[in-house]
Ligand binder design. Structure first.
Ligand code: FRU
Length: 621
């Protein structure tokens, strides 16, 4: 009996020891090497190893190790003690032998036990704040739109993408395509992070004349490779299958900063017909540098613009430059240089400004003084806007709908960030100055599913429209013309059943259009801070907040005194976009209401407001 007991003890001890150095779990085996470092063996071939993620975990390194020098470790926040969601790690299926090597993950982390080997990954939506009609990645993190290009009937939206979590990291170029700018099909990432670095932002062109020699009509993509070991260097990749897959050029990098500049990124390439050459603009700290090339591979420095120009403090990022007819007059064309800056927004964090001027193929010369600042959008969640190439006379920009101040903390889980609606950019003259209008593209009309009656009414004090659209689920478009008649403040609140609201109004005394989201729903998330007050920017109130993100605020834009204002508002599950007077003012803000806004309360303080031709549309895909 005693012998049996000792034998049993010995067996138990052996099992425990084995479990400690090799835990067999369904279809994978963890082979322990050291404390926080192990090799995972997949026992049954499958498409994915599903990795459990905990957003607050530090990054572990995960490498699909096939013994090839190109194998690249990804930084992944593997679960330590709880699981927020899973991400798929694609495994080789062609018979190549491999292991999945994981390092910097504590030996007692939950992830060791909770990985799953699977042929499928369920990406069906689990986020209540996922927009109904705005583009988002299927899962994972997204920031800037990249490499926007139109070819053979398809708009390609590439974007800064982390497929391994919903915080910034592992920059790939994610990829979605659309035939109409509103319905997007998700495709596999087009350019993956590699051992040279992250694949940062950039642009693409269609090489119609095969200048680069990669094939006629190849899509040539330019991006910044960013890493601690190489810094920020410009690279290219090309695609001969309509942008689905890219080959990285073996002569990369094609451009490095001559002065060793640290912030040197986001190459924008376009064709400059008068000189028969390609031009590249690279953001270089507080200026933009211009280069030229005839073969897309060898680039020569030409000039720089921007030092001392625009809002300050700033960091120039994501340039674009387009030539447009002023007021549609083909004999009066001007160049608009789009400069995204972070920080520098009037409301904190990131924003998009532009400069109007002339470009002679070498130098950009701005029409206005360095202190003059023009904003493409007056909200807090409009950044990294760049335009599609190859769209003929149309110039269509796509913003990232977020702000670096809180982008990593917005209250979603499975995915993070969406794009604001694509906008058609045009130039118009006002006084002696030229401005850029950003109006929503007309393709959005396809989203209209149901409409209210069109009607007009006067507001004296208050008036309410209940149930704007009976089946409204939080996605709608409101169109109206507002005539403020001897009124100081007039506008409307977009309210839900919980009393959460977005207040949109014209302040006719201050001549401002304001969107106030201080009571819009969830307004505090992310990193906590000492309680502090933030300015509401409409001069009417300040808000007390307990988080660092400065989300709870109102944004405003200056307006001219006019008899009436055409207001176009797009509401989705987590955003409100305003286009005033065909995009002469655009204002884009995120909101996180706990239920859909379904009531409109119009008000006119000390006067009357006439609302003309009010129409509401329910929107959907
Ligand atoms: C802008 C930006 C770019 C950079 C990218 C990295 O939001 O900082 O300058 O290329 O994001 O993801």
């Amino acid at each position: 009996m005693r012998t049996n007991y000792i034998q049993l003890l010995m067996v138990a001890l052996l099992i425990t020891t084995l479990a400690a150095c090799s835990s067999s779990k369904k279809n994978y085996t963890v082979m322990t090497q050291t404390e926080d470092n192990a090799m995972v063996q997949i026992n049954t071939p499958a498409r994915y190893l599903l990795l459990p993620i905990q957003n607050t975990s530090p990054e572990a390194q995960v490498l699909v190790n096939t013994g090839n020098a190109d194998d690249t470790a990804m930084d992944i926040r593997l679960a330590i003690d709880s699981i927020d969601y899973y991400v798929p790690l694609a495994l080789p299926l062609d018979g190549t032998s491999f292991t999945v090597d994981i390092s910097n993950l504590p030996a007692n982390a939950l992830a060791w036990e909770k990985m799953e080997v699977s042929d499928t990954f369920d990406a069906s939506n689990t986020d209540r704040f996922r927009p109904i009609y705005h583009h988002t990645p299927l899962y994972g993190w997204m920031n800037d739109a990249n490499g926007l290009v139109y070819k053979d009937g398809e708009y390609h939206l590439y974007f800064q993408y982390n497929p391994y979590g919903t915080k910034w990291g592992n920059m790939h170029w994610g990829h979605s395509v659309s035939k109409d700018l509103v319905t997007w099909e998700h495709l596999e990432p087009a350019i993956d992070r590699d051992n040279m670095g992250h694949i940062f932002s950039g642009s693409s062109v269609v090489d119609t004349n095969n200048d680069a020699g990669f094939g006629k009509d190849a899509i040539v993509a330019f991006y910044t490779s960013a890493s601690d070991h190489n810094g920020q260097i410009q690279c290219l990749a090309y695609s001969n299958d309509n942008g689905r897959t890219f080959t990285k050029y073996d002569g990369n990098p094609i451009l490095t900063p001559h002065d060793g500049l640290k912030d040197f990124r986001d190459p924008k390439v376009f064709w400059y017909a008068p000189d028969n050459k390609w031009v590249m603009i690279v953001s270089a700290d507080k200026e933009m540098r211009f280069y030229s090339s005839t073969d897309l591979k060898d680039w020569t420095y030409m000039s720089a613009f921007g030092e001392g120009y625009g809002a300050k403090p700033s960091q120039f990022e994501c340039p674009d430059m387009v030539e447009l007819a002023v007021d549609g007059n083909p004999n009066n064309k001007k160049w608009a240089l789009i400069v995204n800056i972070n920080p520098g927004s009037p409301f904190g964090g990131s924003a998009t400004q532009y400069f109007i001027g002339d470009f002679d193929g070498t130098n950009f010369v701005c029409d206005t003084d360095p202190d003059d600042v023009k904003w493409l959008d007056w909200g807090k969640d409009h950044y990294a806007t760049v335009c599609f190439s190859n769209t003929g006379d149309r110039v269509i920009g796509v913003p990232w709908m977020n702000n670096w101040q809180y982008a990593n903390y917005t209250p979603t889980t499975q995915f993070r960030s969406s794009n604001a609606l694509p906008r058609e950019l045009t130039l118009y003259k006002e006084g002696n100055d030229i401005f850029m209008a950003a109006n929503v593209v007309k393709e959005t009309e396809q989203l209209r599913k149901e409409s209210s009656k069109t009607f007009s009414f006067d507001v004296n004090g208050e008036s309410q429209i209940d149930q704007i659209l009976p089946t409204n689920e939080g996605a709608m478009e409101l169109i109206m013309t507002i005539e403020p008649q001897k009124v100081r403040v007039a506008g409307f609140e977009l309210i839900n059943d919980l009393g959460e609201k977005v207040d949109i109004y014209l302040d006719m005394a201050e001549l401002k259009l304001v969107m106030d989201r201080t009571q819009s729903g969830l307004i505090e998330f992310g990193e906590q801070s000492e309680p502090h007050f933030i300015e509401n920017h409409d001069n009417r109130k300040t808000t007390s907040i307990n988080y660092v993100n400065d989300f709870a605020l109102a944004t405003w834009a200056p307006i001219l005194k006019e008899k009436e204002y055409k207001l176009h508002v797009f509401v989705d599950i987590s955003s409100v976009e305003i286009f005033l007077n065909d995009g002469k003012v655009a204002m884009t803000n995120l909101v996180f209401p706990n239920s859909a806004y379904n009531t409109l309360r119009f008000y006119a303080n000390d006067g009357t407001m006439r609302v003309k031709d009010f129409t509401a549309y329910k929107l959907g895909l």
